[in-house]
Design a protein around this ligand. Structure first.
Ligand code: URA
Length: 434
């Protein structure tokens, strides 16, 4: 088999065989196929696409390029949840303890934030001592004992995707739906859960800006997962303004703790419940969505989910006292209020711009190697639909450096869209695909 032939066949719009796909993924992972040939093939796929069989073969070959976790040591139906990433997305911090407190095993691999979107591991590291560097046996043991463990994504999980994603990133070949779907799903399949609930975000702060692209991606990922034998659901959710009110690591942890105390922002909780219902149904803990929601609400009312978060933080070396005293979490020393100058209603908040403001404050990473300041970020005092008058505070910036706070100020002002008339509500849940 020759890579030249494979590139040429795809260039002509032909269908690649399973053997050809395995040959090129294995050869690329081992360093036998050079980047220039792989980038030519990626570009040909961008123009010619891949059909269902090719996309599945591509995903499975990437899954099998490294370690595939065997979660059979964990009792019960293992449900994983994945978000395509957004601004202010602290959903896992709330959902994982809610679901685990219902006895559903949550064995999750999470990542760090990059660019304008955050990552669950950075947020969890706001608890002093917390570590996601668990051995596999510790990971299984924790899930069996307390139903919840979160581990950092190991380097040997889908290494072909790691190498290929870096190549696509610099060759303008990221934005092809089958390539994105197989990239995400190869990692999810390697993580070994029985059921996967996907949160596919759409809107200005999301990877998929257009709703139809988000649905196409969701459909493709559900299809891949099902073909690989997994129980699949994708929920397409709104990211046309930041989710909830807090953006930035420790501010988001505080908001997650507020939410577990029953005081979560409405837009955020709507997404939490939509994903939670699907996780509870997938785990077979409820017969109907109403029953699933009832069970989830009880975990908040009875504070069992809050106690589960504390138990989980302690099991991974963190200080659980902060779960009950979130005011002790680090907060930027400089606070700057962003003042409104117009009368009207907030009609939109550019989520990406807010994410970039948090990045400017030092709360995010420009590159994978950058260090971050967990204590900085923003609290949005006004959200879409709110009436505003001149002199009102739109948002509060938490920083450790006045110059950075001033730079972020400009971005926040640009992010807010104010109109005279109130615009209609935007649904948080755009659709559910199974
Ligand atoms: N996220 C991924 O993991 N892969 C892609 O290709 C795009 C976004």
């Amino acid at each position: 088999m020759r890579m030249y032939e494979i590139i040429n066949r795809k260039k002509q719009g032909e269908i690649l065989t399973d053997q050809e796909i395995q040959f090129m993924i294995q050869g690329y992972t081992r360093g036998e196929i050079p980047d220039y040939q792989m980038s030519a093939l990626m570009m040909a796929i961008c123009f010619q696409g891949m059909n269902e069989e090719e996309t599945l073969a591509f995903t499975l070959a990437m899954r099998d390029s490294g370690k595939v976790l065997d979660l059979s040591q964990i009792e019960g139906i293992k449900v994983d949840k994945h978000s395509t990433g957004g601004v202010g997305d602290k959903t896992s911090l709330v959902l994982a303890p809610m679901v685990a407190s219902l006895g559903i095993p949550v064995a999750k691999m999470s990542g760090r934030g990059l660019g304008h979107t955050g990552g669950t591991i950075d947020k969890l590291e706001c608890f002093p001592g917390f570590s996601t560097e668990l051995t596999e046996s510790q990971f299984y043991q924790n899930v069996n004992q307390i139903k919840l463990a979160i581990m950092g994504q190991t380097a040997d999980l889908a290494p072909a995707d790691k190498k290929l994603y870096a190549l696509r990133d610099v060759t303008a070949t990221v934005d092809q739906i089958s390539l994105i779907a197989s990239s995400i799903m190869s990692k999810k399949l390697a993580a070994g859960a029985d059921a996967i609930v996907l949160d596919v975000k759409t809107g200005n702060g999301a990877f998929m800006k257009q709703e139809e692209d988000a649905f196409a991606l969701a459909k493709e990922m559900v299809r891949i997962g099902k073909n690989a034998g997994k129980k699949m659901t994708a929920v397409v959710t709104d990211m046309s303004q930041p989710l909830g009110n807090a953006i930035g690591n420790s501010l988001e942890v505080k908001e997650a703790i507020l939410s577990l105390n029953g005081l979560g922002p409405a837009d955020f909780m709507e997404v939490v419940y939509a994903l939670g219902r699907e996780m509870v149904l997938a785990a077979g803990k409820a017969e109907t969505a109403e029953e699933a929601e009832y069970l989830l609400k009880e975990t908040i009312q009875k504070k069992t989910a809050l106690d589960k978060l504390a138990e989980f933080v302690e099991a991974q070396g963190g200080d659980k006292q902060l779960v009950y005293q979130p005011e002790l979490l680090p907060t930027g020393a400089v606070q700057l209020q962003v003042m409104n100058t117009e009368k009207g209603f907030v009609s939109g908040i550019q989520a990406e711009e807010i994410g970039l403001a948090s990045l400017d404050l030092g709360g995010g990473r420009m590159t994978k190697e950058s260090s971050i300041d967990l204590s900085v970020g923003l609290l949005l005092n006004k959200k879409r639909g709110d009436a505003v008058n001149p002199g009102d505070t739109l948002a509060t910036i938490y920083a450790n450096d006045m110059e950075k706070a001033k730079k972020a100020y400009g971005r926040v002002v640009r992010a807010y869209e104010i109109q005279e008339e109130k615009t209609g509500p935007v649904p948080m849940i755009k659709g559910i695909l199974r």
